[in-house]
Design a protein around this ligand. Structure first.
Ligand code: ATP
Ligand code: MG
Length: 239
């Protein structure tokens, strides 16, 4: 089976700054992979490369075997890659429904909007109750839900989720992870970037540990706990 995502010897950075060095990874269809590591090691940069937001300086990015190295982000979306970006990636001055309509129109065209909206409000009842509220006035947890609802419309082949749980109450994190479980059960592969590792370890099949822009370890979650604790706890946070 062709991997849904492949990074092959990827180096990438921002102008003169090099963030990733020869990173190779693959995510199989339906597989859940956790990408863990301390602050600033390059996790978000890997996520950006994997969704076309950052073009690699060297190496190749493939989605289901098709070479998308250097392609624009919308081509990754069309190929089935959804990226819930780090931070509060919503349009603050639009309300909840307008945010969703905008994303759905882009992804599905005008005729897909109504159905997608129903689906999103069914998946996230908290958003349905706040459909007329400005996204900028939502709580942190609600904004994360809105970013997820925006990308989950088409059961993507791969969902890249960057720090979905950051700054959220445990009960909201549980809710968000329940959504990830559901997606996974429907066959979506997951690339989960987290510093709060316990949820990620519970959900994922495989763990990649990143340090200074390089994957330094790869293995099953059961073997990851000690290493991850050693690498991340000393920097502050872990599950
Ligand atoms: N837009 C940018 N311009 C310049 N440097 C950047 C940019 N984005 C990230 N970097 C740098 O690249 C390195 C890797 O950053 P990245 O955001 O990938 O780390 P991370 O592992 O996601 O960190 P965190 O856990 O804090 O989110 C950091 O040193 C960061 O300062
Ligand atoms: Mg990050």
């Amino acid at each position: 089976m062709t991997d849904v995502l492949t990074l092959d010897g990827v180096s990438a950075g921002y102008g003169p700054f090099h963030a990733l060095f020869d990173v190779s990874l693959a995510v199989a269809p339906g597989e859940a992979v956790a990408l863990l590591g301390a602050n600033g090691v390059g996790k978000t940069t890997v996520a950006r490369v994997a969704s076309g937001l950052v073009a690699p300086e060297r190496g190749q990015v493939r989605v289901e075997g098709a070479d998308l190295t250097g392609a624009a982000p919308h081509r990754f979306v069309r190929a089935g890659v959804a990226h819930a970006t780090e931070g509060r990636s919503v349009f603050a001055s639009l309300n909840v429904e307008e945010n969703l309509r905008l994303s759905f129109r882009r992804a599905l065209g005008a005729r897909g909007v109504a159905g997608a909206l129903d689906q999103a409000f069914e998946q996230f009842p908290a958003l349905a109750r706040r459909r007329a509220q400005l996204a900028g006035d939502l709580s942190g947890g609600e904004q994360r839900m809105l970013s997820m609802a925006r990308v989950l419309v088409e059961a993507p082949k791969l969902l890249i989720a960057d720090e979905l749980s950051l700054g959220l109450a445990p009960i909201i994190v549980d809710e968000i992870y329940a959504q990830l479980e559901r997606l996974r059960a429907e066959g979506t592969a997951l690339l989960i970037v987290e510093q709060h590792v316990s949820h990620a370890l519970a959900l994922c099949d495989r763990v990649l540990l990143l340090e200074h822009g390089t994957i330094i370890w790869e293995g099953p979650p059961a073997d990851a706990a000690d290493r991850v604790v050693a690498r991340i706890f000393e920097h502050g946070e872990a599950g």
